[in-house]
Each structure stands twice: as structure tokens, then as C-alpha cells.
Ligand binder design. Sequence first.
Ligand SMILES: *Cc1c(COP(=O)(O)O)cnc(C)c1O
Length: 400
Amino acid sequence: MSANRGKLAIHGGNPVRDTYLSYGKQWISMQDIEAVVQTLQSPFLTQGPRLKEFEEAVADKVGAKYAVAFSNGTAALHGACYAAGITAGDEVITTPMTFAASANCVRYCGGTVVFADIRPDTYNIDSQKIRSLITPRTRAIIPVDFTGQPAELSEIMEIAREYNLLVIEDAAHSLGASYKGKRVGSIADMTMLSFHPVKHITTGEGGIITTNSKDLYNKLLLFRSHGITREASYMHKQSEGPWYYEMVDLGYNYRMTDLQAALGRSQIEKLDEFVNRRRQIVSEYNQRFANNPFIKIPYQLDGCDSSWHIYVIQLNLENLVVGRKEIFEALIAENIGVNVHYIPVHLHPYYQNLGYKRGIAPTSEWLYERILTLPLFPAMIDQDVEDVIAGVEKVLSYYG
Ligand SMILES: *Cc1c(COP(=O)(O)O)cnc(C)c1O
């Protein structure tokens, strides 16, 4: 390391790179752009042929019978909670180590969120803890495949069958992942995928629920579009004519546009390529950080084939003279766009005001103090990867 590179950028030295590298970013090709432009010139801007094609392509890709696209992943989770029949007083178990939407969807339906703490190795919900939190009011479990590594789905599905619960897998991080040889999206009762630009493929905003259940599928369709149906079997009265439809329940307008679907249809062609590149980068990070005394690299369970949405390191704070905040700020100054995933959901003021106490999920709370997300997205070039490694080594060796 040259002398001018040795001085931290936050102390006036040269950063390891000249331009800011974000932690995640979409990859849009000319083919993607053309697909959207063609749709703009077509008769359908919302819910047309591209939507159906996209839903079928996703269902096919993950090995599910049905897929229902939504305006975003959070709306899709709301739809899944509706389809699961969650109402006031029902309890749903999820992890605190996630984005707020995994819990908020339960609240939208008036349900009560019950947080089960995570495993200290995978950072995924601890299936042993789930069992102890089940009550007669429990209706569903929402495991999150944190960072792209599937949660313990065998154990979770087994618990769910034993207690007659539904499993809604939050797979916002894990499109393209598999678990014991099965593709994520084909395992849980319902699986949610998100197409936000930092996720594996994007539609701008967008989400989807995949399921093998015809009944859940129909409920999702109803919910996505105002609770309105034209299907005779769902109508309360006989049709009054060709114009006739019924609003049979309170639904929303959570539809995905055909513009979004056209982008998604084009993007999913490249999913395997995207996931492979993510795995390559992770393999490089793992090799280079494995023996770093300041870092604990991500741990993977046997049988879990992660699709790597994010790369989360654990800082060995015991070996460092400063905390995560100083390291975070020093890396940003080096133009390395680090992030923190996540602030445990129950610590947010909204949930604190509902009465959730600090201390209910000690492993998540402990972990939160020492995690750092490093940049990871398929469009990263090898030099970007080298810059991240150089930046992390520079900052940690300084504070070590
Ligand atoms: C991104 C994300 C969501 C929500 O998806 P949106 O499409 O942004 O609404 C939900 N859960 C997790 C874990 C996520 O990362």
C-alpha cells in the first residue's frame, strides 16, 4: 500500500477510489429499454399481455403453479396476509432482522406481530424459537431469507403443518436461491419476491406472490384489484348482463403496469447470469476476508444455495478500537457505499409505541451493533470488487 493511500480519506488522505460505489444497483440493458418502449406504443399500459407473460415467466422460473404481480413487494405481502385470512387479533410470527415491510403487512390486516429471534450463525429466524411462540391465535409464519440464504424452510413448513399455519416466505432477497434442491418460490404456501432496483431483477417498483394453491391465487387476484370479480363462482348474485361484476370484499388497486411487466419479462432472462456474477463476487470476498481478524464472513447452512442479495459482514468489535459508526463513516469517505441491514424492526418507534421492548430479540439486537453491508451487485467490475476489499482492509487495519 502506497503512503498516500495509507492515510484514511476521512483524515484527508486519498480515497481508495474516485467515484462512489453504491451498495446495490440495477443493471438495465438496451433490450430492457426496447421492451418498455414497445409496450408504451402498444394498446395496453396496465395489466395487458406483458403482465401475464411476466407472471408466467416468474412462476416457471421458480417452479410454482401461479404468480400474481403487484405494484411493489410490500403490496404483495399485504395481499398474502389478506389471502391468509389475517384479521384483528391474529398473530403472525416473523423475524426482527428484516425490512419493516415483513412485519407491517400483518399490521395492515389488523394482526399482531410476534418477533422470533434469529440464529446467531445464519441471522435467519430460529425455527426453535418459533415453536415456543405459537399460541391459539397464531395464523401464519413469515420467514425472511435474509441476504438471499433461505431460512430453515423444512423445519418451518413442518411446524406450520403441525399447527395448521400458513407460511408466507419473504423472498425479497432470494430470487434464484434454492433450498435442499428446491427452488425458492415453490416451497412455502406463498412466496413474495420484490423487484425494487436493488433486488435481483427490477421492474422499477414491483413485487409478486407465487403459490401452488388455486384458492390463494384467486384471493390474491381479488385483493389486487378492488375486491372486484367477474368470476361466476365468486359472485353472490347471478350476472345482470355482460357489464356485470361484483365487489365482494374490500380490495386495493395494487396492480402492476404492463410497462413494469415488460421490463421484468426482459430482466428475468438475465437472472441466472446476474446470480452467477453475485456468487462470483461473494466467493472473492469470502476468500479475501476469511482470515481477516476483524471480520466474520457470512455463514451458510448445508443445503442452502443463496442467491446473494447482500453481503453482510460481522465486525469483530473486540479487536477494533472504534465502533461500527466510525468504520461506516471511514468507508463512505473512501467512496465505498456500505450500508446496515437491518435496524431490528421492533426497535423502530412505531413498534416501541405498540409496546415491543428492547430485549425481546437479544441476538438481533447484539448483531445490529456490528453488521456492515458491503457493495454487491452484478454490474460490479473486478476493479470495483478490488476497491471494496482494499477499502475495507485499509480502514480495518487502521482501527485494528
Ligand atoms: C425490499 C424488501 C421488501 C419490500 O419490497 P418492496 O418491493 O420494496 O416493497 C420486503 N422485505 C424485504 C426483506 C425486503 O428486502
